[in-house]
Design a protein around this ligand. Structure first.
Ligand code: ATP
Ligand code: MG
Length: 403
């Protein structure tokens, strides 16, 4: 016996008011995108959920792509039965028999949406429960905390029966909360920050600073591969590759002491800000986490963050490294991130970077670099932009139709 439908539950708590319709539409678009390789599927929108009629598609194969759709809180493979009490009893038992392990406790939950069904839900609960109990002698009913809840929905046309529920990606549909520019390094943290920002409904563009030829082509490829992992959640990502070598070298020629990192980070942040404005992004996302390194103290973050007007989103700021690594593993970026390619930031490292940069001093050093602004503009001008991901051949914004 194989399930012929999948019920997708959308974020119930966030589905309030006028946004619900838009939320459902955005999730539906994403579901259709990830399931594009399965043309037999038909899609139905219902209140607070989406039902997939699999049309013979392998349900197991659908699970991994569905877990990449933000806005789905959980989903269940579902079996369809004719609206006859005996058939429902028999199928409910068969559904229980598909479980890999026999549970110790269960309960039946019948919902009678179809008021023409001749038996009320209490009586159906008893009938289905009794039928299952007769087949599993050790099984007990526990109405409070059952290991398995066997659900039967009596609808107009058919009964839906299911007893498993799998966790979805949760969060908000991609783009439902606007757009942001992710500063994407080749490290562990920023891809995780990007994932969390997307899960919160932000559509991302990404910017990466490289110091070619001091850093290799391979380190750029690594960043593209990381962006590709993130794009699995959205279809595609626009990635801006900024040549940072000239800016870096020129700043280093004028100043190479303990505030160098702050100066370089401010230069990066300014460029990210310029690209964000062009992209009409409302925020910049970074992978900074408080206390990790010298540039991630409160003082440093403040000195760096001051150069842009828009909000800076730091999803990892209060997370410890182990939790960050766990997410990196779950989104499959960890093994890429730990590949040992150079990063532009390691090019010129001062012996003891300041952990509490004095902004006045930093600003006065910058005033001694009158060419700085035009150098940053030149880096923006020479930036190469590539589409990464499934829809990478598209030249236009694949999300434009959603807004
Ligand atoms: P990550 O693991 O994301 O590289 P990190 O712990 O190495 O972070 P830093 O090197 O201090 O921390 O970088 C802090 C943040 O600055 C990064 O998370 C990223 O958002 C941004 N960043 C650093 N280097 C680059 C780069 N070459 N291109 C784009 N953004 C960068
Ligand atoms: Mg890094």
């Amino acid at each position: 016996m194989i399930p012929d439908r999948i019920v997708l539950r959308l974020g119930e708590l966030t589905l309030k008011g006028r946004n619900r319709h838009r939320f459902e539409k955005q999730v539906m678009e994403q579901v259709k995108r990830v399931l594009r390789p399965f043309p037999s599927i038909a899609y139905r929108k219902e209140f607070g959920r989406i039902v997939l009629l699999t049309g013979g598609a392998d349900v197991e194969a659908l699970k991994a792509p569905l877990r990449k759709v933000f806005g789905i809180t959980s989903f269940s493979p579902v079996y369809t039965s004719a609206l006859e009490p005996e058939t429902i009893e028999r199928m409910a038992l068969q559904v229980m028999q598909t479980l890999p392990d026999v549970p110790n406790t269960f309960k039946v939950n019948v919902r009678r949406a179809n008021k023409n069904f001749p038996i009320d839900s209490q009586e159906m609960n008893r009938r289905v429960g009794g039928h299952v109990l007769r087949a599993f002698p050790d099984l007990k009913v526990d109405v409070r905390q059952p290991e398995v809840e066997l659900k039967v929905e009596l609808r107009e046309e058919e009964a839906l029966i299911y007893c498993t529920r799998e966790e979805g990606a949760g969060g908000f549909p991609v783009g439902s909360n606007g757009k942001a520019m992710l500063m994407l390094s080749g490290g562990i943290d920023s891809p995780v920050a990007g994932y969390l920002a997307m899960r919160q409904g932000l559509r991302l563009e990404a910017v990466h600073f490289h110091s070619y030829p001091f850093t290799s082509e391979r380190s750029q490829q690594k960043v593209k591969d990381l962006a590709d992992k993130l794009s699995a959640y959205t279809g595609s990502i626009k990635l801006h590759m900024v040549p940072f070598t000239d800016v870096q070298t020129k700043i280093h020629q004028v100043y190479n002491k303990n505030l160098l990192i702050t100066l370089l980070r401010r230069a990066m942040m300014r460029i990210a800000g310029k690209l964000a404005v062009t992209a009409e992004a409302g925020a910049i996302v970074t992978g900074e986490s408080l206390g990790q390194v010298a540039s991630q103290t409160l003082g440093s973050m403040n000195a760096i963050g001051q150069v842009v007007q828009m909000p800076l989103i730091r999803p990892l700021v209060c997370m410890d490294k182990q939790s960050i690594i766990r997410i990196a593993e779950s989104i499959d970026t960890y093994t890429l991130s730990i590949l040992p390619y150079e990063d532009c930031c390691t090019l010129f490292l001062p012996p003891s970077p300041s952990t509490n940069p004095n902004v006045n001093v930093v600003e006065s050093i910058e005033r001694s670099m009158p060419w700085l602004e035009s150098e940053l503009d030149e880096a923006v001008r020479r930036t190469e932009t590539v589409w990464i991901g499934n829809d990478r051949n598209k030249t236009s914004d694949p999300f434009a139709s959603l807004f």
